[in-house]
Design a protein. Sequence first.
Lengths: 332, 545
Amino acid sequence: MIPHAIAAALLDAGQKWPGFELHPESASTIADGVDELHFFLTAVTLFFTFVIFTVIFYFMVRYRRKSEDEQPPETRTYLPLELTWTLVPTALCVVVFVWSSSLYFQNSRAPNAAMEIFVVGKQWMWHLQHPEGVREINELHVPVGVPVKLTMTSQDVIHDFYIPAFRVKQDVLPGRYVSIWFQATKTGRFHFFCSQYCGTGHASMIGWVEVMSPDDYAAWLAGGTRGETMLQAGERLFQQYGCATCHVADGSGRGPSLAGQFGKPQKLRDGQTLVVDEGFLRRAITQPNSMPLPNYAPVMPSFQGQLNEEQILQLIAYVKSLAGEERKTKGQ
Amino acid sequence: MSAAPGAPAAARVDYLNADYGIRSWLLTTDHKRIALLYLGTITLMFFVGGTLAVLMRLHLIDPAGALVHPDTYNKLFTMHGIIMIFFFLIPSIPAVLGNFLVPLMIGAKDLAFPKINLLSWYVFITGASLALYSLVAGGVDTGWTFYTPYSSTYSNSHVISMAIGVFITGFSSILTGLNFIVTIHKMRAPGLTWFRMPLFLWAIYGTSLIMILATPVIAITIMLVGAERILHVGIFDPALGGDPLLFQHLFWFYSHPAVYIMILPGMGVISELITCFSRKKIFGYSFVAFSSMAIAVISFLVWGHHMFVAGQSVYAALIFSLLSFLVAIPSAIKVFNWTATLYQGSISYEAPMLYALGFIGLFTMGGLTGLFLASLATDVHLSGTYFIVAHFHYIMVGGAVMAYMGGLHFWWPKITGRLYPDMWARIAAAIIFFGFNLTFFPQFMLGYLGMPRRYATYPAEFQILNVMSSAGASILGIGYLIPLIYLIWSIRYGPVAPPNPWRAKGLEWQTPSPPPTYNFETTPVVTEEAYAYGPADSAEEGAHG
């Protein structure tokens, strides 16, 4: 593949002159596709720059003023030429648009089987939590060859999670969940950066993705100093904050049963129907009054400020797990 | 800035020596004097903003930060951005060259509303004073983009005074734009039909439309940030029930068109320079004119391309991407037409022409690198990095500032009645071109390698390219100081300029340099198209009218 050859040559050049890299490492399944488009656009840029510069330099020399009273011929507008340089760039743009958009569209959807990791950005550090309960700060350990989905939120201002080697980037917003996904193609350490300005320590919101072989990853996970899994922590919070008193599993409580709700559509009192996803649950926990349900009195208090973002994520992990239990009861 | 004393043609009364004293300047309603008031003000702002940039680049020589605390660095890039954009680039060509030239180019005595014109300068310096106050009082650290909720809740800097400064300055833009639109509609000389107008006027007209339509949006947005900051009304901060993306939509709804407020007038200047120094009529007049209007219209529909990774929907991103590609086409058309104008011309290389050719080259690169950012898949990797910084500066400095410098040199003899030393001007233009590329080309590479922008410190692997960029900035700084010196020198010591030193077409060259207060002895009558260089030209100048 030509793009591979180019990338390899550029990487080689970078190794010859340390500190003067020409090409970022590419270490994810989508990186090659993005690089191909990048090389194509670079070729387009070089081509047109070359053409414009060459023509201008040629005209500059060829038509330099030789005497003060020389008479250039009158300018004649030539319509076919105008149409050519209007339509050719337009066609080129359409090609690039279709190419880049389909790539973006494909890359925007995480595979269903992706393993999920939760990320909370705050001034000025990244908190990352694996479902198994292991927590990290400014470090992210992932296995190679496995799709990984990051579900992210911010505790204060807007941050941005950017892994150059994977060609992924996403602003991390307060008050909502966003996600990106990647599948690493080689082991190693790769920088991640905060790339949305967030104040004093913006430049120190840097960390490393450590891509490990599946075995190493399993060993690392087992060796981590973890207490509860996210699910267990969520279950504990569910009891501790009294959620369980109203959200009784058989539906006899003052609130709806949460069993089996995740991923299903839910009708609100105002008639709109929303899918119960992470964002829905987050809003239900922090602003329950903004989304009253048809058959229940709006008596749930807001937990905004009582739970931090990580605790909310743990609660959500627990509620998600209730879907499985419901299937069990149905089977009986 | 006194009138040229002891000029040989001392008998003639022009706008500079018609009256003396500070009052005659501060209370003037003469568009030419107001242009000079703006020139002084924005030159000051340019060198303040430039000094901040030099400090930034010095700081970045060392990965750990060579000079200042990160907080100070954050203020440096914020103040650099705010001052350069709101207080230099936006007023640069419209308020200085536009103010001076619009009435002269259409054969009018003044703008339609001379007093409003003076008012808009006072509004401008009020805003500029608040900006300088904010700088001296300790600065602002939000980035020029004022993203919420950082700006509205978290920042501990002088956001409010700066926001009020930007808010007030917006009204100056609106008033200037309104003045230009009315003037161009109502005050054109007999025979000057729309399609005989110089392309500079088309560009100024398109710019003015953007100014009056877009500026109110930034004013409202900034006010909402203030309301949230002072009164804690939940608008943008989710902790108060607001939506942080709402701010970005509103902000870019102004700030993307604002990019064209900065570059469109520059394109207008280039059309004037290319035709004059190649002694050719513009190639494809109507294509160039309509492309200005197309840019003005489409520029309102592309703001979402600043938000591809901000969390807007995938489908919105697709639409904004397509529209962003479309806005590139009119710019490409202009570049091709300028290049074609040179064909079979009689090209000479005085300083303004060097700036114009530099503009075409750098704008081409700036425009083409924009394609990387309009295209979604590559934008994900490049947005928020130095690639953006480089692209933006290729358009704004390589484009808008080059055009402004070219225009300033071109019309300087008309403005001051004096000639500057052309050799120095050519040397400065070459230094600026070289320094600019050394500063900003490495930033494309830095961004591609993944270095985020607005970093006070950075990983060591990015150092070499950063040092190159800093070296370029020092050269660029010197490049800008040289014109400051020789242009000021020329006001007193430069040779007296003839009415039309470049043998240019256009009504502004048919009146003496500097022009009399009311511009023309008798109202000129226009009988030919713009840029009627060519066979009929011969040596006689300013024969008609």
